[in-house]
Write a protein that binds this ligand. Structure first.
Ligand SMILES: Nc1ncnc2c1ncn2[C@@H]1O[C@H](COP(=O)(O)OP(=O)(O)OP(=O)(O)O)[C@@H](O)[C@H]1O
Length: 125
């Protein structure tokens, strides 16, 4: 299974995105928020640095959600029973997703503060 071609490895990764989309409601919700962020960028047309910040933020949220879902799946497979240590591990994983989601909200708020006013002015004139 080692040393597959680049196209095969990309296909595996895309299959991972599809599996997360099918199984995980949180991943779907976060993907819709990423789509909304893209829409905001298209509307506001900010300088390239904003595109980079929003892209990195969205990628971090989605990547962490993928890691969270993968680890939860693995944990449930290896140890389906209730255990306080598993609770702590899963809660920490959820905490990591919450932390980056708060950072994403801060980026969204900063973008809104910087550009909503300008867009409203454009509509008024
Ligand atoms: N085996 C377990 N033992 C103890 N507590 C657990 C166990 N599985 C889940 N929990 C608790 O339930 C919470 C939710 O776990 P679950 O696996 O259902 O994640 P989820 O709600 O699907 O999360 P996400 O939305 O990130 O996928 C965990 O954060 C943890 O507190």
């Amino acid at each position: 299974m080692k040393n597959r071609s680049l196209s095969a490895r990309i296909a595996f990764a895309v299959a991972g995105w599809k599996a997360a989309w099918r199984r995980e409601r949180s991943f779907r919700t976060q993907s819709w928020f990423a789509a909304l962020a893209l829409l905001a960028l298209l509307m506001f047309r900010p300088p390239p640095i904003w595109w980079a910040v929003v892209a990195v933020t969205c990628a971090l949220v989605l990547a962490l959600e993928l890691i969270n879902s993968a680890l939860e799946g693995l944990i449930d497979l290896l140890h389906p029973a209730i255990h306080p240590e598993i609770k702590a591990i899963k809660d920490m994983l959820a905490g990591a997703v919450l932390m980056i989601s708060c950072a994403a909200l801060a980026v969204a708020a900063a973008l809104a503060v910087a550009y909503v006013h300008a867009v409203l002015q454009r509509f008024e004139t």
